[in-house]
Design a protein around this ligand. Structure first.
Ligand SMILES: [Zn+2]
Length: 170
């Protein structure tokens, strides 16, 4: 932007900043949709392939040393690029950034075959639904069969289930 705009009221500035962020997000999604596919390498050739590879602009090099289940699935990405995906729950177009992917595979130890499925609000909602379902299920079993029998049905120790119950105030 080279054309200077006159000073605005704080409210207007905030609104335009928000619009701008939305715009940038849309552009990143659009760009991610057109991304060339990520190059994969088998683990023992990884260093050689990295040496010969050209990383696209904005991509982040991967580090296979800290990835989970590499021995079970020894084909690893050379780098991460922003990836666009549609939220499986609400259908909103989302961006899984290169940085988030690196975090997922190399720090959170996510499976190499797994990819982002839900946007952030839906992820929270899904987590809450799972928690509610577990609460209903476990509580029902405890009330119906007693702690010991319920633990056996859930393949948990009585101590584990009793701990869980105390934490969740059943
Ligand atoms: Zn969603």
């Amino acid at each position: 932007m080279h054309n200077k705009r006159p000073a605005k009221t704080p409210k207007k500035t905030y609104k335009s900043g928000r619009m701008r962020r939305l715009e940038i997000r849309q552009q990143r999604i659009k760009k991610a949709l057109g991304n060339s596919p990520v190059k994969f390498a088998s683990l023992h050739k990884w260093s050689a392939q990295k040496a010969g590879a050209k990383k696209p602009h904005g991509a982040i090099w991967a580090n296979p040393q800290t990835m989970a289940s590499v021995s079970a699935y020894p084909v690893v990405p050379l780098y991460y690029v922003d990836k666009a995906f549609t939220c499986a729950r609400c259908g909103v177009e989302q961006l899984w950034t290169a940085k988030q992917q690196k975090w997922w595979y190399e720090i959170a130890q996510g499976e190499l075959q797994s990819t982002a499925k839900h946007c952030r609000p839906c992820r929270q909602a899904v987590r809450m639904e799972k928690y509610q379902a577990k609460l209903t299920h476990y509580t029902g079993l405890i009330q119906k069969h007693g702690l010991e029998d319920a633990a056996q049905r859930l393949k948990l120790s009585v101590a584990e289930l009793s701990n869980w119950r105390d934490k969740n105030i059943v």
